[in-house]
Write a protein that binds this ligand. Sequence first.
Ligand code: ACO
Length: 434
Amino acid sequence: MGETAVLDLGNGPIRLPIITGTESERAVDVRNLRSQTGFVTLDPAYVNTASTESSITFIDGEKGILRYRGYPIEELAENSTFVETAYLLIHGELPTAQQLQDFRHTLSRHSMIHEDMKHFFDGFPVTAHPMAILCAMIATLSSFYPEAIDPTKDEDTQLTVCRLLSKVRALAAYAYKKSIGQPFMYPRNELSYCGNFLQMMFAVPAEPYVVDPVVEKALNLLLILHADHEQNCSTSTVRLVGSAQTNLFASLAAGICALWGSLHGGANQAVLHQLHYIHDQKIDVKKFISMVKDKNSNVRLMGFGHRVYKNFDPRAKLIKRSCDELLDHLGIRDPLLEIAKSLEEAALADQFFVDRKLYPNVDFYSGIMYRAMGIPTNMFTVMFAIGRLPGWIAHWLEMKNDPETRIGRPRQIYTGANLRHYVPVRERTAALQH
Ligand code: ACO
């Protein structure tokens, strides 16, 4: 046995292996703790628990580092496309020119959804939240591919992966088109992945639509920055659900549900609501910061803080820069951007935020970019889901192909009533009356 930690729970010391990752992260391996000692570990919200070994994404929250398969996020943001980054996450290596061409071709070939699926959109009220539609539709997609429902028998997982990556765009765009009463637009496969999505969102049959290359580039960047973030809430959900040998469609639908929450992917929508509120109520930025600091107010500065980053979120830096470029190009002066910048400046200079190491996260400026592109606020988390799909898929595949994978099943410490015996309802009532 290599390096070990010694633990004494009263019955003499036991040795627990120490595992070291490729970036020198260290963990005490407790997988045999219960069988050796009868004890379990208690770690609410998994703050100290590594649920798996993984070779997909590395984060150093103290230094503000994010890398996909070893590549710094800054280099991918500068040089890659979302499709190439998706390939990298899923396959582990950057593609050759031929591999990239084949991947793009397969995605294009599978961009349409089955005609029968279009009718499902009619069943939703126009007020339906697009995240509700998206998670229902991703799970529903499985009914058109019965051969992929049992992941142990799916003979062409890569085709299932490409179908999901490609069709998610039509599902998201159709949810939006339904909400505004416009006809669904078929994909145009001569366009890029992002260009095609913009076309399905914003084109109408009555006139030609030209993709703005600056908007397309900005969307590529946003999707790359959202593509993976190791064992966050939604990714852990995908892995946990998938560990029951649940198919990819259903596992991803579960991830989408987890992402919807306002402490996770729903924060981008919450940020915009907060900025609107500050703007519409003409609240002074300093006063708002005081409100956030007051624990009784129950107000958090949305888009700030992160469980892992205790330094700048590197994605937020890249988005802030790109946000200025996009708004300049579109000739938009957004008062919400000015409020966001003032909030950031005030927060970063405030001891409350400094002490707690709270910095802007990926969601702080992304909503302002989506808004400038014409994407409505309630679609922001859907955009996050499109971006995160390759990461969820990569983790699901890693989990599925790992011979160590067993069904995920945490333990608990029971704190309820001790053994007691059933009393018939008549006697319970009589006892209460005395
Ligand atoms: N505004 C004000 N105070 C905050 C904020 C915030 N955004 N975030 C954390 N704090 C404070 C907490 O009140 C707490 O203070 P205390 O120690 O005095 O009690 C301290 O900072 C630590 O906060 P926790 O909630 O314990 O940190 P945790 O790691 O559990 O939560 C989270 C991280 C959920 C991201 C949190 O920072 C938050 O709620 N942020 C706002 C929502 C948000 O932007 N979410 C998106 C995250 S990124 C993503 O999922 C894509």
